[in-house]
Ligand binder design. Structure first.
Ligand code: GAL
Length: 433
């Protein structure tokens, strides 16, 4: 059963990310200052692309996309308005301010699912793109599940450029070999492996939770392992509560896993954590496969030689879906040019230039497989055969209101390890779901 996102109830339209978003780490928030990037959307001939793809592992794919677009459409100028901070830590707050101030970017990065629908579509801020899908004959070019994720009440609101997988563990193959480690397939096996590595003086799991979402991402995978895809979906459909005993058990296991992370996790970001694995200072890291882009393209490591990968223990046969999409906000002055850019984004050429660099697989079903390495082709196969579940940490499973509170609660949990506290914070946050 591959139903991706059931019926996630719609709640408050009031969205206060600007007030409470981000984690305050704004020091490298220096890409094109989008607060001042102002009215690019108002200028004829300029399409402003708003995203959080800056720096290592993030930027290269976007720049390749822009280069190709410039070649194909020299008459349309692109403005790259990216705001640094993984998973949109800072960008989402800037975006909220702009959208609420009726100063939308021409188009912006948004995850399919609740982030798109609850934050922007239900609030009446997005134009439907059904005609674009028809004109381009896209209805059978994107997987049905993905179209469903970017649709609301029968209308389609954005164009997916990729599919990232969130339940992957990347590992240092040399360390596994040296210590005779078998790939763990359950959380208990993972804990045994972690103990062996720790005894041998190796940091078992690299974490960089300077931005709290990276820890939330581990929690979502433990939830999927403990509840299965159906139970996970029921949790976010509010058919079961966060006090369910399987959720409590997941949080207990999450706590045990955290016993095996690097001491300096709170001062690292996801790239710094991946680097520990690359350099042989830690054995594994759980990260979305943008880390694959980083390991391959920035650190120039070889897939299945320098690093290997396996599904987060206990989630084999399931696939945490993260899809980056772009839509058309209401009120931009040059919607036709933005549609030209969106049409380009949905083309096989654009997807196949972007995704091999980004570590993701193309959202389109007719990709040129030759452009992807073994990780890519394996992931394409898994996407076809696995049970899909929407990522919490990356905006698809629940509203931004819930996610913001969940990230804060997880951040506290990482230091305090108070299971009851986290459960009750998640129960409270569920009011915003
Ligand atoms: C995710 C996004 C990815 C990647 C990652 C790290 O939310 O979908 O494309 O950018 O954050 O920043």
């Amino acid at each position: 059963m591959r139903k991706l996102f059931g019926t996630i109830a719609l709640f408050s339209l009031i969205f206060f990310l600007a007030a409470c978003g981000g984690d305050g780490n704004n020091e490298d928030n220096n890409a094109n200052d989008s607060n001042n990037a102002s009215d690019a959307s108002g200028e004829e001939g300029v399409v402003e692309i708003f995203s959080w793809w800056t720096g290592a592992g993030e930027e290269e794919g976007l720049l390749a996309l822009i280069d190709l677009f410039n070649e194909e459409y020299p008459e349309i100028e692109i403005e790259n308005a990216a705001v640094a901070g993984g998973a949109g830590t800072n960008a989402k707050a800037v975006l909220t301010t702009r959208m609420e101030g009726d100063n939308p970017p021409s188009t912006f990065q948004v995850h399919g699912g609740e982030e798109l629908n609850q934050s922007w579509v239900v609030a009446g801020k997005m134009e439907p793109l059904n005609d674009l899908y028809e004109e381009n004959d896209w209805m059978d070019k994107f997987p049905e599940d993905l179209i469903e994720l970017v649709s609301h009440e029968g209308d389609i609101y954005s164009v997916p450029v990729n599919i990232h997988r969130g339940n992957v563990v990347f590992y240092n193959m040399e360390i596994f070999e040296e210590h005779n480690i078998e790939v763990p397939t359950t959380i208990d096996e993972f804990l045994d492996v972690a103990e062996t590595l720790q005894d041998a003086g190796v940091t078992p799991l690299a974490l960089g939770d300077k931005e709290a979402w990276t820890a939330t991402q581990i929690l979502e995978n433990v939830l999927a392992a403990e509840l299965g895809v159906d139970g996970y979906q029921e949790l976010f459909d509010q058919k079961i509560g966060f006090d369910d005993e399987r959720v409590v058990s997941a949080v207990e296991k999450f706590s045990k896993i955290l016993d095996y992370v690097n001491d300096d996790h709170a001062s690292r970001n996801w790239q710094d954590a991946s680097q520990l694995v690359a350099e042989g200072e830690a054995a594994m890291t759980n990260m979305g496969d943008w880390a694959k882009g980083y390991l391959s393209n920035d650190l120039e490591l070889e897939t299945n030689v320098d690093f290997g990968y396996f599904p987060f223990p206990g989630t084999e046969g399931s696939f945490a879906v993260i899809t980056d999409t772009f839509g058309l906000p209401k009120g931009v002055d040059n919607p036709e040019q933005v549609k030209t850019f969106l049409t380009f984004l949905g083309s096989p050429e654009a997807q196949d230039v972007f995704n091999p660099l980004k570590g993701s697989i193309p959202a389109r079903v007719d990709a040129d497989m030759d452009k992807y390495d073994e990780y890519g082709t394996d992931t394409m196969e898994d996407f076809q055969s696995d049970d899909l579940f929407p990522s919490l940490a990356h905006g698809s499973a629940a509203s931004e209101g819930f996610l913001t509170k969940a990230n804060q609660a997880v951040n506290i949990f990482v230091t305090q390890r108070d299971v009851e506290n986290l459960i009750s914070a998640l129960e409270d946050a569920a009011d915003d779901m």
